[in-house]
Write a protein that binds this ligand. Structure first.
Ligand code: AP5
Ligand code: MG
Length: 389
């Protein structure tokens, strides 16, 4: 997810820049000011309560703002990010936003503050009064809004500076000039947000083949736990020896061991666009563990693709491979293959259900030529990547 705050005094261009940003980035727009104006126009109980405050240029109580925000966030749990215009405006709101985003398993990426001279701010707002006729755009109320901003909102800057999230940019100049500066900041943030894909599917469904093709083409790092373990066996390391004997007995490899290998691999390769995980996670426990590891890196699982190939087909593919030079130690006998299929069928359903409930699961029919499947997977992933770029 990409979560951005546009910060700045009244008239600095937050609303104007937001409109431009929404044309380029697929974000859900949240402006408490607009929500409140809507409530006033619709004469709702909240509208009646806040009208006098807004007309005087005072901030609305935190409790009320938080209630409105929470409602809006709840409605939009599955969006690819939020653009906050003029929120938070008090230190309390900043802490609350942090907590609410955490509840959605996400966090803020950046705060962009628009710096504009105070004479220019007044000029813009008085000018807007003629165009939009906002009840709070008159000289006396504008002064009160500035006073509120200086007293209650400026302390929020320190909060974000201490979290290394605050970027102030020059808000003077034409709308397009300012937009170019805003875009610059966001593009550098987007580059740091990695995109992580999990490929699941029965043994033999073609996850490895497809994962590698996509990773190479789009600069992702491909992580296959099966291959990491195989590399240990080939090195004849201590881990390799343990794994080899587990494989020959058809016993699955313990989580501790797999997690360690995945963690090391991720630390070694952290300059890519993201990771493609293949064969991991394959249980709900491993899913929670991977989510935790990614969260520590301020990242998350972006999408899960279930490459669906009927069991009999997978069986045929694996037995065929077992007769080639590419034979895997875990495919050598029918019993081993059956054991792997059984393990998949029993453990994967909770994983599928979990990602479905988070709206992150896409099923792809894995029957077809390698090229056909590669093309379809490419389309799914590239489209989903566009959501955050
Ligand atoms: P809100 O609606 O958020 O108002 P504001 O913060 O006072 O900001 P404005 O909307 O006036 O300015 P803007 O920065 O969006 O500038 P804009 O792009 O329009 O809040 C209203 C009220 O709601 C608050 O006073 C408070 O009571 C309440 N409220 C809201 N959020 C709250 C919260 N979190 N907690 C408590 N209370 C809350 O630009 C201004 C004008 O300049 C436009 O006419 C525009 O066309 C023009 N312009 C823009 N850019 C340029 C440019 N580069 N060059 C020339 N003109 C430009
Ligand atoms: Mg505005």
């Amino acid at each position: 997810m990409l979560n951005i705050i546009l910060f700045g005094p009244p008239g600095s261009g937050k609303g104007t820049q937001s409109k431009l940003l929404l044309q380029k980035y697929n974000l859900e727009y949240i402006s408490i000011g607009e929500i409140l104006r809507e409530q006033i126009a619709n004469k709702t109980p909240i509208g009646k309560e806040v009208k006098a405050l807004i007309d005087k240029g005072n901030l609305v109580p935190d409790e009320l703002v938080v209630e409105l925000l929470e409602e809006k966030l709840k409605e939009n749990k599955d969006v690819s990010g939020f653009l906050f215009d003029g929120f938070p405006r008090t230190l309390v709101q900043a802490y609350i936003l942090e907590g609410l985003l955490l509840k959605l398993n996400t966090s803020l990426n950046t705060v962009i503050s628009l710096e504009v001279d105070s004479d220019e701010l007044t000029k813009r707002l008085l000018n807007r009064a003629h165009i939009e006729g906002r009840s709070d755009d008159n000289k006396r109320v504008i002064e009160e809004r500035f006073r509120e901003y200086n007293q209650k909102t400026l302390p929020v800057i320190e909060f974000y500076k201490s979290r290394n999230m605050f970027t102030s940019i020059n808000g003077m100049g034409t709308q397009n000039e300012v937009f170019a500066r805003v875009e610059n900041v966001i593009d550098s943030v987007v580059k740091k947000v990695s995109y992580n894909v999990v490929l699941i599917g029965r043994p033999g469904a073609g996850k490895g083949t497809q994962g590698e093709i996509f990773a190479k083409k789009h600069n992702f790092h491909y992580i296959s736990t099966g291959e990491l373990l195989l590399a240990e066996i080939n090195k004849n390391s201590a881990i390799g020896k343990t794994v080899k004997s587990l494989y020959s007995n058809g016993i699955s490899v313990p989580d501790e061991l797999i997690i360690k290998l995945v963690e090391e691999e991720m630390a070694k390769h952290n300059k890519n666009r993201g990771y493609i995980f293949k064969g991991f996670p394959r249980t709900l426990i491993q899913t929670y563990i991977l989510e935790g590891m990614l969260r520590r890196m301020n990242n998350s699982i972006s999408l899960v693709v279930y490459l669906d190939v009927p069991m009999l087909h997978c069986f045929k593919r694996l037995s065929r491979r077992a007769q080639t030079d590419d034979a895997r130690p875990y495919d050598l006998t029918t019993d081993l293959i059956i054991g792997r299929m059984e393990e998949f069928e029993t453990k994967i359903n909770p994983v599928i259900k979990y990602f479905k409930s988070k709206n992150k699961l896409v099923r792809l029919n894995g029957l077809g030529t390698q090229e056909e499947i590669a093309e379809q997977l490419d389309e799914i992933l590239v489209n989903s990547l566009k959501k955050i770029i």
